[in-house]
Structures are given as structure tokens and as C-alpha cells.
Ligand binder design. Structure first.
Ligand code: SF4
Length: 367
């Protein structure tokens, strides 16, 4: 479920968001129900996971989240032990909101920390400061939501003198179940894109991206986390169930502005702009803005790419061996286990070349 609202736009953010001082959560909840009705949706199976992504879903507050969860339960069944994740920014995490979210059925938070450096957070135009991020994790734990993930961004411009090592240490000190890392990318329409175009900021060179990615791999795996997907680390048994379903090609529903869904054959996506999505749903019209039926070629590409993203890896055939053997020798791939000699996965060095490896293997397979 995509919740589009944010208090302000971060300097690097190019997502489909709606900046609102006062969040119209009742209007949003009505539009969700209207979308459901307009799409004539009925579910015959229980949901294994529910993920509130954004935007900033936590900005819905205690009452908004409770209201939306009540609506979800009125149209869908949640499987016993379903993973229900709320993306939350530190400034919204209070003892009161955590208690209300937990009561509403949220059992996992994904906390948008990004850095523990106040200068960096200001540069990013984030609302919170480092102290708030540290407090938020403690408040979540004290309130009984001990399953939480922390997001961090790396490969920032060198001029910020960000200490990546320190940020990783501080993240580890909060003992999260899960850590997601994102390399900073520059989108032209963002504030960061404009700063770069004016020459006010120089983006980190590729070597810095590589160095920080490998440093994170070393530091987090040494602390007992599994690097189970190119951007994700978890304590054993604490992999994100929801995201893992994307990577294994499972079907999912998407609801809300810009939400994507996948039936197993067809991918569809909703109108991204909040006013357009809301007006369409309230007029009783499916707010879909596009769809595609996956061809055999698309499926092949996805299978290769998704397989190489994860630690579970990919089963390779005899015709893949010319490339796979080279990559095993180069240290970019490794065998997953002895029992399945044809299953390979990327090493951290391989993940740094993920797109190139996936497209070379796809090209070889499609000949
Ligand atoms: S909080 Fe997230 S979605 Fe909202 S503006 Fe910042 S990066 Fe974008």
C-alpha cells in the first residue's frame, strides 16, 4: 500500500509523494476503499504480508493507521503471523504512536534513518536529527515492536565528510533485525540534481561507492548479519518476508497512488499523482495508469536478475557455463552449496557488477 504523504521533500527524492502539512488521512482512507470497489477486488486467500510504503506512512499517525488497518481487515484476511510493516520516519515514532500501531496490528517498522550525522541529515532536508533516530529505535523496542529495520544511504558527496564507518557502528548499536542500504543516486528533477547541475556538489566517484559497499558487507557480516540480498542485511531468520516475495516472483496486490501489482503474468501500476489517483478512485474508475503482460523474454530477464540479487542464487545450465566459469574464477560468483553444484550466487564483488552480469547472462540465454 502506497501512502504518498511527506512533511517535506528530501533533497534527493524523486518518488511520487504529496507534501502536506496536514495529512488528509480520512480522504486517503476513503479513496483506498473506493479504489478497492472500483477494481471489484475480492480476495480468496489470506495476505501473508502487508507493507505500508511511501512516502511516509507513519505520518498517518495513530488514528490514521488504525483506521486504514480496520478497513484492510474489513476487505481482506491477514494470515496468522502475517508480517505487517509500516515505513516510519523517526519524528513520528513516539510511545503513544507505537502503542497504537501495535494495537492496530503493525508488527514491524522500517525506520528511515539514512545517517546519524546531523550535518548530513540537514543536507538531505530530513525532518529528524541523529538523536531522534536513536531515540526512535529505543521507543519502538520499549513499546514492543522489536522487529525493525533501519535504512541508511551511502556514497554521499565527499564534501560532506560523512563517516560511513561510524554510521554503521551506530546502526549496529541499536541492534536492528534488519538493515537496508541504498547508494545515493542523482535524479535531475530533485534539489540534488540541480545542485549538481550548477556545480555546487560533486557526486561520489564509483570507487567510493564500491569501497563503502564492501565496508558495509564486512562490518555487518562480522556482526552476525546475513547479506541476503544486494541491498539488504538481516539477522538469521529475520529476512524481510514481504520483500523476499518480490525477489522470488510471488504475486502481490498494489493499492494507493503509484502502487504496483503483479499477478504472476501481468504487472500493473496506478496513477502516481495523489490528486489524479484520488479523483479517479472516488469517481468509481480504476486508477490504473498502465500495465504490461510479461513476455517469455521479460520473464527470463527477471528470473536471472532476481536470482542474482539474492543469496539463494540462480540455477545455471550447461550453456551458461562459458560465462559462469569465468565469473567464478574472477570471484564475482560462488557456488551456493556442494549439494547443488549448478546453483551460483553473487559475491559482494559480483553484486557491484549486478546489472552487467545479469544482462550478459540474459543475452547468452536468449541466443
Ligand atoms: S521521506 Fe522518503 S519519500 Fe518522503 S521525501 Fe524523503 S525520501 Fe522521499
Amino acid at each position: 500500500m502506497h501512502v504518498p504523504f511527506c512533511a517535506r521533500r528530501c533533497s534527493y527524492c524523486d518518488f511520487a509523494i504529496a507534501v502536506r502539512k496536514v495529512v488528509p488521512w480520512r480522504e486517503f482512507a476513503h479513496a483506498l476503499a473506493a479504489e478497492w470497489k472500483a477494481r471489484n477486488m475480492t480476495l480468496t486467500t489470506a495476505l501473508d504480508t502487508l507493507y505500508f510504503g511511501g512516502g511516509t506512512p507513519s505520518i498517518l499517525g495513530s488514528e490514521g493507521v488504525r483506521h486504514v488497518m480496520d478497513w484492510v481487515r474489513s476487505v481482506a484476511q491477514l494470515a496468522p503471523n502475517a508480517e505487517v510493516t509500516l515505513e516510519a520516519n523517526p519524528e513520528d515514532i513516539t510511545a503513544q504512536s507505537v502503542a497504537a500501531w501495535q494495537q492496530a496490528g503493525i508488527n514491524r517498522l522500517s525506520i528511515g534513518v539514512q545517517s546519524f550525522d546531523d550535518g548530513v541529515l540537514r543536507w538531505m532536508h530530513r525532518v529528524h536529527n541523529a538523536g531522534a533516530a536513536q531515540r526512535a529505535a529505543q521507543v519502538a523496542r520499549d513499546g514492543g515492536i522489536s522487529a525493525f529495520s533501519i535504512d541508511l544511504i551511502f556514497a554521499l558527496p565527499s564534501s560532506l565528510t560523512r563517516d560511513w564507518n561510524r554510521d554503521l557502528d551506530l546502526a549496529l548499536s541499536l541492534m536492528p533485525d534488519h538493515i537496508s542500504l541504498y547508494g545515493l543516486t542523482v535524479e535531475p528533477r530533485t534539489a540534488l540534481g540541480k545542485w549538481e547541475a550548477r556545480g555546487d556538489v560533486t557526486i561520489a566517484p564509483e570507487e567510493q561507492y564500491e569501497e563503502q559497499f564492501l565496508m558495509a558487507n564486512e562490518q555487518l557480516t562480522a556482526a552476525g548479519y546475513e547479506h541476503y540480498e544486494v541491498s539488504n542485511f538481516a539477522r538469521p531468520g529475520k529476512h524481510a518476508v514481504h520483500n523476499s516475495a518480490y525477489w522470488s516472483g510471488s504475486p502481490y496486490l498494489g493499492i494507493g497512488p503509484a502502487a504496483h501489482g503483479y499477478s504472476g503474468d501481468v504487472r500493473r501500476w496506478n496513477a502516481a499523482a495523489y490528486p489524479r489517483w484520488q479523483a479517479s478512485a472516488m469517481a468509481g474508475i480504476d486508477p490504473m495508469s498502465g500495465s504490461e503482460t510479461l513476455s517469455a523474454g521479460n520473464r527470463l530477464t527477471e528470473r536471472v536478475y532476481l536470482g542474482l540479487r539474492t543469496r539463494d542464487g540462480l540455477l545455471v545450465g550447461a550453456s551458461d557455463l562459458p560465462l559462469v566459469d569465468q565469473w567464478l574464477s574472477a570471484g564475482w560468483l560462488e557456488r551456493v552449496n556442494d549439494a547443488e553444484p549448478r546453483r551460483v550466487r553473487c559475491t559482494p564483488l559480483g553484486w557491484l557488477r549486478l546489472d552487467a552480469l545479469a544482462s550478459a547472462l540474459t543475452a547468452l540465454r536468449s541466443h
